[in-house]
Ligand binder design. Structure first.
Ligand SMILES: O=C(O)CCC(=O)C(=O)O
Length: 361
């Protein structure tokens, strides 16, 4: 075992990764570059993470206006907010987390049926980000699958645990309805009206589920569950069973930023602004940079539901948000363009899709 300490990332391919085998040490290729500051930069002023009572979107005009204003501020400052009173029953959230955990506890033979390093596969089980390819490895195991329209994809999902399809399917349906409501509020907050994207995200939009498992790590100061990155999506709605998520507050310390620990409060969902809302807002809203830290004792499970336009539908800057002072700041792009980026780039080394979209002055 010891001779694997200094092994390169190609030694730890999916099915054989250090985290799947619960190695009692962290191999060198899992050690993140010092610039990632896995622990040291942590600022635990978690009370500063915006929390929004989303039920007021269905209230009086004044109440709705109030929530839209809170969403606008959260998108401008953090690109992130938590939501309470979202209307999804606690039992649906608990069941989804439990059945996801159940999947990762299955014997390797069962999980390996879905094993794939093909980022275009509609269902795939893998580890890290791109096993054996990326320079740095991450202490994560995950299952990714498409989820909308449900009837098109659900028959490809795991049948084991036996309730996987039912419980995750229910969660996906509920979260999708919520995502449309939140996207309506976001486009309204940009002055585009609440239906600006409803047909493109409604019937034809994509929903991708990342079902993540972060096993206990023998040295959480050295490795990360996921490196700093932003999501390609319009928004991501996230459910977690434990803390570990940290977001980067770009506005803190006169623009040098700080990491903010996101607390776990039962029933609260997290909303990440993704790259495609940064484009939609012509840079007014920022896609949130976030990372996942690890702990030595407990397995962390998260369900990240990523919502975007259809596979080839391009997000571009709306003409309503362009004038002489605000020229178009981003090139148009689709989810498919993001997948092409993912194949060619190494997110573990800080490559970001949004950087490829920025139009230089
Ligand atoms: O586990 C988390 O909290 C974040 C997951 C995430 O960022 C991802 O799946 O891209």
């Amino acid at each position: 075992m010891e001779n694997e300490k200094g092994a390169s990332s190609s030694t730890f391919k999916m099915g054989n990764s250090a985290q799947e085998r619960s190695l009692p040490y962290v191999p060198d290729c899992y050690a993140v570059p010092p610039s990632y500051e896995p622990r040291d930069a942590l600022d635990s002023k978690s009370e500063s993470v915006p929390t929004i009572d989303i039920s007021r979107l269905k209230g009086s005009d004044d109440e709705r206006r109030g929530v839209i204003q809170e969403i606008r501020l959260a998108c401008q400052s953090f690109g992130f907010f938590q939501i309470v009173n979202h209307g999804i029953d606690q039992s649906i959230l608990d069941d989804a987390l439990a059945v996801a955990k159940g999947f990762f506890e299955l014997p390797a033979k069962e999980k390996n049926k879905f094993m794939s390093n093909d980022v275009y596969a509609p269902v795939r089980y893998t580890t890290s980000l791109k096993d054996g390819v990326d320079k740095t490895q991450f202490w994560r195991i995950f299952l990714k699958h498409y989820a909308h329209p449900l009837h098109r994809w659900i028959h490809l999902w795991p049948q084991n645990p036996p309730e996987y399809r039912e419980k995750i399917g229910k969660f996906c349906e509920e979260v999708r309805i919520l995502s449309l409501e939140i996207m309506g509020a976001i486009t309204e907050s940009l002055g585009l009206g609440r239906d600006y994207l409803s047909s493109r995200m409604g019937e034809n939009g994509m929903q991708v589920m990342a079902v993540n498992c972060y096993p206990p790590c023998p040295d959480p100061k050295t490795a990360l569950g996921l490196p700093p990155h932003s999501d390609y999506s319009c928004i991501t709605i996230l459910l977690q069973n434990l803390t570990g998520l940290e977001i980067f507050d770009l506005t803190a310390h006169d623009g040098s930023g700080r990491w903010v620990h996101v607390p776990e409060v039962k029933g609260v969902l997290k909303v990440h602004i993704g790259d495609h809302v940064e484009v939609l807002s012509n840079g007014l809203y920022k896609s949130v940079i976030h990372k996942v830290t690890l702990n030595e004792e407990k397995t962390r499970i998260s369900l990240a539901s990523l919502h975007s336009l259809g596979m080839d539908d391009k997000m571009s800057v709306p003409c309503q948000l362009v004038n002489d002072e605000n020229p178009v700041r981003y090139r148009e792009s689709s989810f498919n363009d993001f997948l092409g980026f993912l194949v060619k780039n190494d997110i573990s080394q800080g490559d970001r899709f949004i950087d490829t979209l920025r139009i230089k002055d």
